[in-house]
Design a protein around this ligand. Structure first.
Ligand code: HEC
Length: 251
């Protein structure tokens, strides 16, 4: 019995480690890979704002175009800037050695970033930049301390003057009736072109797209899974009857 308990404990141990790993409270984000419109907006955003520095070189453009139901000619015209062919891997031209020189560390490939960090981490990270003049690029991040990435979405979000309240639920002040922490950014050093709610929506789409990148067959797998379960259920009846037939004369 004691062995069993120790065994069970060992089994749960790694998951506890994962949960404790980040150490920062995050805003939760649950991806929806069936929401094609959201994934398409995320793909457009990723191509325009992120692919200058980050590749997703374990995926091919064609696969993304097919999965997201974007016509190939439209995709080639609007979402490939490197002159690559639609069948190629999503590499970028930036030289990692030079990038390491510029940013202190090269921008990592993002194909599997949501598998590594989790969707909630990425979603919180993208909304977690704030002004910090002590850093070389003038910004820091509440989720990733001393980050080497510039705040590339500053035109959209604006620049938070103080630490964004990532991971804190909105609440109503009982005296004034004002909403506290309604959005992550409480005061802006620079205004962006999007409202806080619009920016949250855009970051949801972008994270949703990165989540799809890390697990492109999720929808198909879950669809097939139902048929597999139905098959097993039907097969069980026959296996049970056959078993009864085999053992009926054994006493
Ligand atoms: C100007 C170049 C540049 C652009 C553009 C850029 N990044 Fe980054 N990004 C970096 C660098 C450099 C790092 C590494 C930071 C570090 O390790 O300190 C990074 C790190 C990250 C990480 C953390 C990866 C990890 O697991 O450590 C994520 C997630 C990320 N970027 C997402 C994005 C997204 C999404 C976009 C588009 C909105 C984007 N980046 C645009 C340079 C860039």
């Amino acid at each position: 019995m004691r062995k069993l308990i120790v065994g069970l404990f060992m089994l749960v141990l790694p998951t506890l480690g994962l949960a404790a790993g980040a150490g920062v409270v995050l805003d939760s984000m649950s991806p929806d890979h069936t929401n094609k419109a959201s994934l398409q907006r995320g793909a457009a955003m990723f191509t325009n704002y992120c692919m200058g520095c980050h590749s997703t070189e374990y995926a091919r453009y064609k696969r993304v175009a097919d999965d997201l139901e974007i016509p190939v000619d439209l995709y080639e015209e609007n979402l490939i800037f490197t002159g690559a062919k639609i069948g190629e891997l999503m590499k970028i031209a930036m030289d990692p050695a030079m990038a390491a020189d510029w940013f202190g560390t090269p921008p990592p490939d993002l194909t599997l970033v949501t598998r590594l960090r989790g969707e909630s981490w990425v979603y919180s990270y993208l909304r977690g930049f704030y002004k910090d003049d002590s850093r070389p690029l003038g910004v820091n991040n509440v989720v990733f301390d001393n980050v080497g990435m510039p705040h590339v979405l500053v035109d959209l979000q604006g620049l938070c003057a103080s630490k964004p309240t990532v991971g804190q639920k909105a609440s109503v002040d009982p005296l004034s009736g004002l909403v506290r922490n309604g959005h992550v950014c409480q005061d802006y050093a620079l205004e962006g072109s999007m409202s806080a709610a619009e920016f949250d929506g855009a970051m949801y789409d972008l994270t949703n797209f990165l989540s799809y990148m890390g697990d492109p067959v999720k929808v198909e797998r879950e669809r097939l899974g139902i048929f597999v379960l139905i098959f097993i259920a039907i097969f069980f009846v026959f296996a049970y009857l056959l078993n009864r037939e085999y053992w009926k004369d054994v006493h």
